[in-house]
Design a protein around this ligand. Sequence first.
Ligand code: ZN
Length: 203
Amino acid sequence: MKLICIGRNYTDHIKELANDRPSDPVIFMKPDTSILLKKQPFFIPDFSSEIHHEVEVLVKINKIGKHIQEKFAHKYYDEIGLGIDFTARDLQQQLKEKGLPWEKAKSFDGAAVIGNFFKKNTFTNLKDLTFRLEKNGEIVQQASTALMLWKIDALIEYVSKYFTLKIGDVIFTGTPAGVGKVSPNDILKGFLEEEQAFSIKVK
Ligand code: ZN
């Protein structure tokens, strides 16, 4: 399976990193080895001194598809989840400045937290789904899918132009504002509406 990640999908986050607003979604991948194993802590890697949390809504693909039209995209998923796209911001900044790919900063072991998934009909409106990340009990990121530049179905259409989507693939739909550094002993908890999707300890 593959993890397809979307960058720069919320205006407020584009502003906080002083990035340009893209004309198309920014896409990168994480390998399956980047998935943080369930119930394991996240260990800060020694090659970075600035690991940021990016909380993101996840979409799990349940049907193989290519060139999926937006109007049919809803047939390709029935579960929605929440995760973290851990990012070595210091490394990413160096790579961006040189125009190099981001994999070292985004795709290292443990960089993908995949929390619990919920049947999509658990939620009344996927186009206005609220979610939040709490760090040590304080809300650090909070948003709604209504703020996405490209909504879930539009992302599926766009991504499937380039990559065949397979059963079990997961799309990370981008992070809203509020990204920030994590430190040893932090506890990160993610909520989709009021459903807790994960609780991670940082080491
Ligand atoms: Zn991200």
